[in-house]
Design a protein around this ligand. Structure first.
Ligand SMILES: *Cc1c(COP(=O)(O)O)cnc(C)c1O
Length: 410
C-alpha cells in the first residue's frame, strides 16, 4: 500500500480516516512466529484492545492467531469474528466475579490476577481450569503508564504472595492450567525479560498440571526513525532454548503463548487527516487538521510520537509546523515537526496508527468517530462506516419538561 493508495482511499471514503495494511499485519505475525520456530507448541493471542474491529479480528484468525481479551465485550467480539471459545483468553483487571463467571460459562480460558477473585471463583467453580497472572516485579522498559510489572502496579498477583496463593489453590482444590505475566509495553532489554521469565518458571514449578505459560507482550516497534526495535531473533533464540529446557525439567511439553497488540497492528495503521487552517503566530506555524484527541489521543495521553507526512505535497520544501487538532482544548499531535510545505486543504498522514488509536477514539465535542478501511489483496475494504448524527443521539433519552414543574415554581 502506497501513499497514492492512501490519497485514493481518502477521496473515495472521506477523511479523517484510519487505513490498515493487512500485509504488514501478516508480516509482523510471521516475524514473531518465525523467531520462535523451534517451539513445538507456540500460540500467538492477539491483544484485542489494540484494534478491535471485527474484520481485523477475522484477519487475525485467518493468520492462525488466538485472542487475548480484557472485557466480556471483547470476548463477544471474538466469538462474533468466529473464534472458538478455547482460542480466547480473558485477562481482566478489577472486574466483578459475575463477569468472570459469565465468560467462564462461554468456555473461554479465564486468567485471574488477584487473590480475592481467585478464592471466590475457586470456591464456587473448582472444576474450571484457571490461569493466574503473576507480577514478577521487574521493570521492563517504558514509562509508568505502560509498564505494569513493577512493585506498585495494580496488575497481577505478586510473587511475594505465592504462599497465600498456594493455600487458596489447595483449600479450593481448583485447577491451575496456566501461568501468565505481562510486564509492560516495551521490551528493550532482553535480559530483563529473561529475568522475569525465570521468575515465571520458578512459579510454574508449584503447579503440577500446567498446560501453558503465557509471557504476555511488550514487543517494541519503532515509532521514530532511530527508535530501537525489540530484537526478536535474539529473544526467540534465548527464550526458546530456556523454555525447551524448562519443559524437560517440568516433565511435559507446555504451550508457549505471547499476546502482542502493538507489535502486530501499530505499523499497519495510517491515519489520514486534512489541514483546515494554516495559522501563523509570532513564534509558530500551526497546521490545524480536521481531527483531535477525539480520534487520536495517544500523543496527548502519554506523549507518544506519530510521524507526520504531507501526502498532498510530498516533494515540497520542508518547514517547521506544530500539528494540532480542532478540539476546544489543547490537542497537539506534534510540535516543531519538519514537514513538506503545507497548504490549507492538504492531506496529512500519521504513522503507527494501528494500535490504541481508533480503539481509544471518542465522541468528544460531539464529533463523529471516523471510518476504518482495511487494505487487503490490493484493494480498499470499508470495515467501519463513519458515524452519523443519529449515532450521536442514539441512546440519549430526552426528558419532556412540563411547564408547571415543581422546580420551575421554586
Ligand atoms: C494490553 C495488553 C497486551 C498487549 O500489549 P501491547 O503492548 O499492545 O503488545 C497483552 N496482554 C495484556 C494482558 C494486555 O493487557
Amino acid at each position: 500500500m502506497t501513499n497514492l493508495d492512501l490519497l485514493d482511499i481518502a477521496s473515495e471514503f472521506g477523511n479523517p480516516i484510519y487505513v490498515y495494511d493487512s500485509a504488514k499485519i501478516a508480516s509482523q505475525y510471521q516475524k514473531l512466529t518465525s523467531a520462535f520456530r523451534s517451539i513445538r507448541n507456540l500460540r500467538i493471542n492477539y491483544a484485542t484492545k489494540a484494534l478491535s474491529n471485527v474484520s481485523i479480528l477475522k484477519l487475525m484468525r485467518q493468520l492462525g492467531s488466538g485472542l487475548d481479551t480484557v472485557s466480556i465485550q471483547e470476548v463477544k467480539l471474538g466469538l462474533a469474528a468466529g473464534f472458538e471459545p478455547h482460542a480466547i483468553i480473558y485477562t481482566p483487571n478489577g472486574v466483578s466475579l459475575k463477569e468472570i463467571e459469565e465468560v467462564a460459562k462461554m468456555g473461554v480460558q479465564i486468567n485471574i490476577d488477584n487473590l480475592s477473585l481467585l478464592e471466590q471463583f475457586g470456591a464456587k467453580h473448582s472444576k474450571t481450569p484457571v490461569c493466574i497472572r503473576i507480577n514478577p516485579h521487574v521493570m521492563a522498559g517504558g514509562n509508568n503508564n505502560i509498564s505494569v510489572g513493577h512493585i506498585d502496579s495494580k496488575f497481577g498477583i505478586s510473587i511475594h504472595q505465592i504462599p497465600h496463593l498456594m493455600r487458596i489453590v489447595e483449600n479450593t482444590a481448583m485447577k491451575i492450567n496456566g501461568i501468565h505475566m505481562h510486564t509492560g509495553s516495551d521490551i528493550l532489554d532482553i535480559d530483563v525479560f529473561l529475568h522475569a521469565a525465570e521468575i515465571l518458571f520458578d512459579t510454574a514449578k508449584n503447579f503440577k498440571n500446567l498446560e501453558f505459560i503465557d509471557f504476555g507482550s511488550g514487543f517494541k516497534v519503532p515509532y521514530q526513525q532511530n527508535d530501537i526495535e525489540t530484537n526478536l531473533e535474539e529473544l526467540g533464540e534465548k527464550l526458546s532454548k530456556r523454555f525447551i529446557d524448562f519443559c524437560k525439567e517440568y516433565g511435559h511439553d507446555l504451550q508457549l503463548i505471547f499476546e502482542p497488540g502493538k507489535f502486530l497492528v501499530s505499523q499497519a495503521g495510517h491515519f489520514v487527516t486534512q489541514v483546515n487552517i494554516v495559522k501563523q503566530t509570532t513564534s509558530t506555524v500551526f497546521a490545524q487538521v480536521d481531527s483531535g484527541f477525539n480520534h487520536l489521543i495517544r500523543p496527548m495521553l502519554y506523549g507518544s510520537y506519530h510521524h507526520i507526512e504531507n501526502l498532498s505535497n510530498p516533494k515540497g520544501k520542508e518547514r517547521f509546523y506544530s500539528v494540532v487538532g480542532y478540539i476546544c482544548e489543547t490537542d497537539t499531535f506534534g510540535s516543531n515537526r519538519k514537514i513538506a510545505e503545507i497548504t490549507e486543504g492538504d492531506l496529512l498522514v500519521f504513522r503507527n496508527c494501528g494500535a490504541y488509536c481508533f480503539s481509544m477514539a471518542s465522541n468528544y465535542n460531539s464529533r463523529y468517530r471516523p471510518a476504518e478501511v482495511l487494505w487487503y489483496d490490493g484493494k480498499a475494504h470499508l470495515i467501519r462506516k463513519k458515524e452519523t448524527f443519529e449515532d450521536i443521539l442514539h441512546n440519549q433519552v430526552e426528558i419532556v419538561f412540563s411547564k408547571e414543574s415543581a422546580e420551575q415554581k421554586a
